[in-house]
Design a protein around this ligand. Structure first.
Ligand code: CA
Length: 405
């Protein structure tokens, strides 16, 4: 979905923060010449000249994507805020309805790719809210702009040419190709290069349509996970409980050890029971440090991580898949006295902010810059740290103020 792709790229690019300051100047005047060079490269790749001339030759750059490319995260979002919105009751209920609705397709997908329905549907739910949030920016314009301007032209040139290939092969009508500013699109939020490598034509109509065909999208997600090394029948991991004074230097997603090692160190199942004997090696993942929920993860957690390189997102997908199978919330609470908000809570908070005169657009549950500014103003007026965080405390405080009117 928009947010995940956005976050994904912000993360990727924040590593290049130093480079940003020395980025070459860009000029819209050079854009037509750049497009002409891209046309030659497209033709070299076997894309029909007519495809380029029809869909790309007259593109105008969208400079706003360059701003997004260079936006530094204003603050880091705590993992419990991500989880609260990505795995809320609404998404669990919607996901269970989708499991039911797409049961036949999901069974066939599992047979062909070896990935279970709950995992596939959980990825779908986190990436695009089950196909409802695909991103609205025209991909040709965004990727064309990024291919000719800004700091990562080489990378985006490849994605732009791959996008033209997708159009040239007739998989998806060009007007349906919208997505995140950075080029992730469709119900799977694949980049064009990922599409060409891994998208599947599940219904056999000759087109790999990840925008309007849910069966193609579900199969493509499963194909992505299978190609990443998914182990059929194995769990991604499970919550555990650490003994007091546990040496957290053993933690880390790559630091896999035999179950017996963890048992010997006093690690227990979340309900206090003993760890199972044997099985594959597992890593200890502590998303919020030693005082928050702890997890023993395996290969499949890494495969999910490969879909969206952030532990918080991998955990959201993994946890949502457990909830879809009937599992409950984590046993150990997050180490905060001010929990994050579900999307319903975020919408209510936004409605309260609007009622108090803040101009934040509509109450869509997406906490953007305007919502954060409004929250920060309210926090400041209340004598709290003005971090702009959409949290339970500010929601309850504004709710009481509204009731007291
Ligand atoms: Ca198809």
């Amino acid at each position: 979905m928009k947010k995940t792709a956005f976050q994904k790229y912000r993360r990727l690019f924040s590593a290049a923060l130093g480079l940003m300051l020395t980025a070459p100047p860009v000029s819209a005047d050079e854009f037509p010449a750049c497009l002409a060079r891209l046309r030659a490269q497209a033709v070299q790749r076997g894309i029909a000249p007519a495809t380029f001339d029809t869909h790309a030759a007259r593109l105008q750059p969208d400079l706003s994507v360059l701003e997004l490319l260079d936006t530094q995260p204003e603050f880091t979002t705590p993992v419990w805020d991500y989880l609260a919105a990505l795995v809320d009751d609404e998404r669990v209920d919607d996901g269970r309805a989708m499991l039911e609705r797409w049961r036949d397709v999901l069974q066939k997908v599992e047979k062909r790719y070896g990935v279970d329905p709950a995992t596939v549907v959980a990825v779908w739910g986190v990436e695009s809210n089950y196909g409802r949030s695909l991103g609205k920016r025209p991909l040709l314009i965004s990727l064309g702009t990024l291919a000719c301007m800004g700091r990562r032209q080489n990378y985006f040139r490849g994605e732009f040419l791959d996008l033209l290939k997708i159009i040239d092969e007739g998989h998806i009508p060009p007007e349906r190709l919208t997505g995140s500013w950075a080029g992730a699109f469709g119900q799977t939020q694949f980049m064009p290069s990922t599409f060409l490598r891994l998208a599947a034509d599940f219904d056999g109509d000759g087109r790999r349509d990840l925008v309007d065909n849910a069966a193609d999208a579900l199969a493509s997600t499963a194909n992505f996970l299978r190609r990443g090394g998914w182990k059929s029948g194995e769990t991604w991991g499970f919550e555990v409980r650490l003994p007091a004074g546990f040496d957290t230097s053993l933690a880390g997603r790559r630091n896999k050890r035999p179950m017996s090692t963890w048992a010997a160190r006093g690690v227990k199942l979340a309900d206090g029971g003993p760890l199972p004997d044997g099985g594959p090696d597992r890593a200890l993942v502590l998303p919020a440090g030693a005082k928050g929920p702890a997890f023993l993860t395996g290969k499949n957690f890494d495969v999910i991580y490969g879909y969206n390189a952030a532990e918080s997102y991998a955990l959201a997908i993994a946890h949502l898949s457990d909830r879809l199978r009937g599992g409950g919330a984590f046993r150990t609470p997050w180490p905060t006295d001010d929990p994050g908000l579900s999307r319903a809570g975020r919408r209510e908070l936004q409605r309260l902010l609007i009622a108090r005169g803040h101009d934040i657009g509509e109450a869509d549950g997406m906490i953007g810059a305007k919502s954060r500014r409004a929250i920060a103003q309210e926090q400041e007026a209340l004598g709290r740290k003005a971090d702009g965080r959409a949290s339970s405390w500010i929601l309850e405080t504004l709710r009481k103020a509204e009731e007291g009117k």
